[in-house]
Design a protein around this ligand. Structure first.
Ligand SMILES: Cc1cc2nc3c(=O)[nH]c(=O)nc-3n(C[C@H](O)[C@H](O)[C@H](O)COP(=O)(O)O)c2cc1C
Length: 322
C-alpha cells in the first residue's frame, strides 16, 4: 500500500516516531539498513533556534542522504519564527515538515508550544497558515487525543487541521495526561480516519507485528508510527513491513549483539566524541528492556564514563548471556 502525500509516495506507511535523543541519524540509518521503514521523523527541533543551527555539528540536524524521506519535526510558540525555520529545513533537503502539537512536556508548557499551542487558537492558526504558505512540501502534525476521551472534539480538531492545509495527521492514542506506560486508547480513533480527507497515522503502544495488525484493524488508520518499539527491537518495522505489507525486507541478519555494535559504530560515524555516550545510554535504556536480564546491560552502560568502556561492558554482557 502506497500513501500519497502531495508529490511524496510513502511505502510502506510505517514511520519512525520523533523522539528526543533517539530519532537521530544513527538510529535512522540503522532502520533504513534493516528495511521496511517508509517515513522517518527527526526529534523535535525549536523553530526559533533552527536558523542559527549548524547542521554539521547540531545532533538533531546531522544526517546522511540515505535517511529519506525525512520529515523534520518543529515546535513553535510564535508564528514569526516559521518562515526562517522552514527555509532552513528546505535547505537541508527536508521531504516534509511536521508540527508538534502533542508534547505535554513542561519546557513546552512554559513557552506555549507543542500540546499547549492548541490552547492558543489564534497563534495556532497563524503558525499553520504561515507554515502552509512557506512551503510546498508536505506539512504534517502530530497530536494526542486531547485532554478528555472525547471523539467529537478529536474529530473537530482534525477537521480544523485539515482545513488549514495539513497533509497528514499522526495521532498518539493517549490523552494529554496519560503516561506512556498506560495502554493506548486505539478505540477512540475507530472510524475517525474515514471521516477525514487527509491520511491518519496511528501511534502508541506498538511493540509487535500483532500489535500493528490490531492497531490498524481497530483504528482504520492509513499507517502506523512507531517509537519505543523500534528501539527495543530495531527490526520491528522491517518485520511489520514484511508481514502486513508484503515488502521484501530481509529477515534480520543481525543478532541482538551485532545490532547493538552496529549502532555503536553508527554513533561513532555520525557524532563527535562528546555526543556519543549520552545517545548510547538513551538507546540502551529501551534496547535493554527487551533483553533477558537487560537491567544488567542497562546499569553497566549507564555507569560507564566513556563509549569505549560502555562497549566493553556490553560485550561482556552479551558473552555472559550467550
Ligand atoms: C524518549 C522519547 C522522546 C520523545 N520525543 C518526542 C518528540 O520529540 N516529539 C514528539 O512528537 N513526540 C515525542 N515522543 C513521543 C513519541 O513520538 C511517541 O508518540 C510515543 O513514544 C508513543 O509511541 P510508542 O508507544 O510507539 O513509543 C517521545 C517519546 C519518547 C519515549
Amino acid at each position: 500500500m502506497v500513501l500519497k502525500i502531495r508529490d511524496l509516495a510513502i511505502h510502506p506507511p510505517l514511520a519512525l516516531a520523533p523522539m528526543v535523543g533517539l530519532s537521530h541519524s544513527a538510529l535512522r540509518t540503522l532502520l533504513v539498513q534493516l528495511g521496511g521503514v517508509g517515513l522517518l521523523f527527526s526529534e523535535m527541533l525549536s523553530a526559533k533556534r533552527l536558523p542559527s543551527e549548524n547542521e554539521t555539528i547540531s545532533p538533531g540536524l546531522i544526517r546522511v542522504p540515505l535517511e529519506s524521506p525525512l520529515f523534520y519535526q518543529i515546535y513553535a510558540s510564535e508564528s514569526s519564527t516559521i518562515e526562517a525555520a522552514v527555509d532552513k529545513l528546505v535547505e537541508l533537503d527536508a521531504q516534509g515538515v511536521d508540527l508538534n502539537l502533542g508534547c505535554p512536556a513542561p519546557q513546552l508548557k512554559k513557552i506555549g508550544a507543542g500540546r499547549f499551542l492548541l490552547d492558543r487558537p489564534g497563534e495556532l492558526v497563524n503558525v499553520l497558515r504561515r507554515l502552509r504558505k512557506a512551503v510546498r512540501l508536505p506539512v504534517s502534525v502530530k497530536i494526542r487525543i486531547g485532554d478528555q476521551p472525547d471523539r467529537t472534539r478529536l474529530l473537530q480538531t482534525c477537521r480544523f487541521l485539515e482545513d488549514e492545509g495539513v497533509d497528514l495527521i499522526t495521532i498518539h492514542a493517549r490523552l494529554a495526561g496519560d503516561k506512556f506506560c498506560r495502554r493506548p486508547r486505539w478505540e477512540l480513533l475507530d472510524g475517525l480516519p474515514d471521516r477525514l480527507n487527509v491520511p491518519v497515522l496511528a501511534n502508541g503502544g506498538i511493540f509487535s507485528v500483532e500489535d500493528a495488525r490490531r492497531c490498524l484493524e481497530c483504528t482504520g488508520a492509513a499507517g502506523l508510527m512507531i517509537g519505543r518499539g523500534v528501539v527495543r527491537w530495531p527490526w520491528l518495522i522491517s518485520d511489520i513491513a514484511r508481514e502486513l505489507y508484503c515488502c521484501q525486507s530481509p529477515l534480520a541478519q543481525y543478532s541482538r549483539e551485532g545490532l547493538y555494535f552496529a549502532f555503536i559504530d553508527l554513533l561513532k560515524q555520525r557524532f563527535p566524541q562528546e555526543r556519543r555516550l549520552g545517545r548510547l545510554k538513551q538507546f540502551t535504556h529501551y534496547f535493554a528492556s527487551a533483553h533477558d536480564f537487560g537491567h544488567l546491560l542497562a546499569s553497566r552502560v549507564q555507569s560507564s564514563s566513556s563509549l569505549e568502556q560502555a562497549a566493553e561492558r556490553a560485550g561482556e554482557f552479551f558473552r555472559q548471556a550467550a
